[in-house]
Design a protein around this ligand. Structure first.
Ligand SMILES: Cc1ncc(COP(=O)(O)O)c(C=O)c1O
Length: 442
C-alpha cells in the first residue's frame, strides 16, 4: 500500500461513534435524519470534519471517502472556492424570499447547459422536484397516471414511493406497484404503473393499451440506485419516440446523473432529450438545492400559476451561490474537472474489476463517475431482478474490511469519485480492496 497514506490504515475503532449513537437514539428517531444513513456498516457513524477526499470520524479515523455524502460532494469536501463563494453570498444575507441576480444567473446558466431546459424552477430537494414535475405532467396532459420502473428511486414522497426495492416475489409479471413502507395511501397505487427497466417491448405493449391514461414516464437515465445499470442501447431513444408517439411527457430523474456525467447530465451524455428533468445532489455540492427543468411549453404552466410549486427557502442565497460555483469550477478550462473525474473513476472502476482474479464473482459496472460494486453469480445486471442476485452479506463484509483500512463506502454498492480525489487515492483504494478481498472467505 502507498506508504504516504498508510497512516489511514490504523483503525481506532468506532467506540465513540457507537456511544454517541446510543445517546442520539434517545432523541433522534433511529439516531439518523435519513433512513439511508441507518444502513451504514457497522452502524451509523459520527463525523467531526472533512476536507478534500477525506472525512474524519469522532474516533479519529481518517477515511478516504467514496460516498461523497450519498453523491452531492462532487467537488470533494470543503472545496476552498466553493466555501469562499458561499461565505461571500452569506455575508450579503441568507434568504431574501425575493428575486436576486444570482438566482437569475443560475437559471440562465441551467438553460444554457442542460439540453431540455428552456425554463427552470429552483427547489431544495429531489423529492420535491419529482413530485412537482409529475404534478405538472398530469396537468399538461390531462391524464391521471404515470409509469415508473421497478427499482428506481425518485424520492420519498407518497406518489413515487412504489416499487423502490421490492422483494423478488413482488416483481413478477406483470409487476404491481409495491408500497415502500407504511402510511402510503393505497389509492395512489391506482395512479402508478410499474414495469421492468430496459425492457422497451414491455413499455411498448403497456402503452399500446394504456397510453390514453398515462401522463408521464419517469426514469433515472442510468438505474443508479440499484446496480448502476446503464440504459440498453436504444432504450432511452425508444422511450423518447414512444412518448412522442403517444403524447406522454418523458421525465429524466437526473438527481444522481446530473452534474456528474458532465455539465449536460445524462441527457447530454447519451444524447436523448427528455421533456422535463430534475437535478439536485451534485448540483449543490452539499448545499440544499434542486432544479425542475424542461420545455417551455410545459413549464409555462408554472408561470401561469395553473400548477403550483412553492417553497419558503427556494432560491436561497447560499444554495444558489454553491450551484453557480459548481458550474464555474467544473466547467472551466473546457471542463477539465470532468476529465479528471472520468479519468480517475475509470481507473478505479477498471482496477476493481481486475481484482476478480481474486474473487471471481466480483462485479463492477457503471459509467465511471458513479459505478456499482458487488458480488453476484450473474456476469452483468441489466434490470432490477438481476440486482436481487447480489450477495449482500459478502458486500457488507467487504465494506467492513475497507472501513478497517480507512475507506468509506456506501453499503448498497454505489461508488462516487469527486474532483478532490487524486491518483494516490485510487492507488490506495485498489490496494485496500485487494487486501480485503484476499482476506475474505471465498
Ligand atoms: C434518482 C433520485 N431521485 C430522487 C432522489 C431524492 O432526492 P432527495 O434526497 O434530494 O429528496 C434521490 C435521492 O437519493 C435519487 O437518487
Amino acid at each position: 500500500m502507498d506508504t504516504q497514506q498508510s497512516h489511514m490504515r490504523r483503525s481506532h475503532g468506532f467506540t465513540k461513534s457507537a456511544a454517541l449513537l446510543d445517546r442520539s437514539r434517545q432523541s433522534l428517531a433511529g439516531g439518523v435524519s435519513s433512513q439511508f444513513r441507518a444502513m451504514t456498516a457497522p452502524h451509523p457513524m459520527f463525523y467531526s470534519h472533512a476536507k478534500g477526499s477525506r472525512i474524519w470520524d469522532v474516533d479519529g479515523n481518517e477515511l478516504l471517502d467514496f460516498t461523497l455524502s450519498q453523491g452531492p460532494c462532487i467537488l470533494g469536501h470543503s472545496h476552498p472556492e466553493l466555501l469562499d463563494r458561499v461565505t461571500a453570498a452569506l455575508q450579503r444575507g441568507q434568504l431574501f424570499a425575493g428575486q436576486h441576480m444570482e438566482e437569475m444567473e443560475l437559471s440562465e446558466a441551467l438553460c444554457r447547459i442542460l439540453p431540455c431546459a428552456e425554463l427552470v424552477r429552483l427547489s431544495l430537494s429531489g423529492s420535491e422536484a419529482s413530485h412537482a414535475l409529475l404534478r405538472l405532467a398530469r396537468h399538461v396532459t390531462g391524464r391521471p397516471k404515470y409509469l415508473k420502473f421497478v427499482g428506481h428511486y425518485h424520492g420519498w414522497f407518497d406518489n413515487v414511493s412504489f416499487s423502490v426495492s421490492p422483494p423478488r416475489a413482488q416483481t413478477n409479471e406483470p409487476p404491481r406497484p409495491v408500497p415502500w413502507g407504511g402510511g402510503i395511501p393505497a389509492a395512489l397505487a391506482e395512479e402508478v404503473m410499474v414495469l421492468p427497466w430496459n425492457d422497451l417491448a414491455a413499455v411498448e405493449a403497456t402503452l399500446a393499451s394504456n397510453a390514453h391514461e398515462i401522463a408521464a414516464i419517469i426514469t433515472e437515465p442510468v438505474m443508479c440506485n440499484q446496480g448502476c445499470i446503464e440504459p440498453a442501447p436504444g432504450f432511452l431513444e425508444g422511450l423518447r419516440s414512444l412518448c412522442d408517439r403517444y403524447g406522454i411527457i418523458l421525465i429524466f430523474d437526473e438527481i444522481i446523473t446530473g452534474f456528474r456525467l458532465g455539465l449536460g447530465g445524462a441527457q447530454g451524455h447519451y444524447g436523448v432529450t427528455p421533456d422535463l428533468a430534475l437535478f439536485g445532489k451534485a448540483m449543490g455540492a452539499g448545499f440544499p438545492i434542486s432544479a425542475l427543468t424542461g420545455k417551455r411549453a410545459f413549464m409555462e404552466a408554472f408561470s401561469r400559476a395553473e400548477v403550483y410549486h412553492a417553497g419558503t427557502l427556494n432560491g436561497n442565497n447560499v444554495s444558489v451561490a454553491a450551484s453557480l460555483a459548481v458550474i464555474d469550477i467544473l466547467g472551466r478550462d473546457d471542463a477539465a474537472g470532468y476529465r479528471h473525474i472520468w479519468r480517475l473513476s475509470t481507473r478505479l472502476r477498471d482496477g476493481l474489476a481486475a481484482l476478480s482474479d481474486i474473487r471471481p464473482d466480483l462485479r463492477v459496472q457503471g459509467p465511471g463517475p458513479m459505478f456499482h460494486v458487488g458480488f453476484s453469480p450473474r456476469v452483468r445486471a441489466t434490470t432490477y431482478d438481476h440486482v436481487l442476485d447480489y450477495d449482500k452479506d459478502s458486500y457488507r463484509r467487504f465494506c467492513l474490511g475497507m472501513l478497517s483500512r480507512g475507506v468509506r463506502l456506501i453499503e448498497r454498492g454505489l461508488w462516487y469519485v469527486s474532483l478532490a480525489h487524486e491518483d494516490a487515492d485510487i492507488d490506495y483504494a485498489l490496494a485496500a480492496a485487494q487486501e480485503t478481498l484476499q482476506e475474505m472467505p471465498q
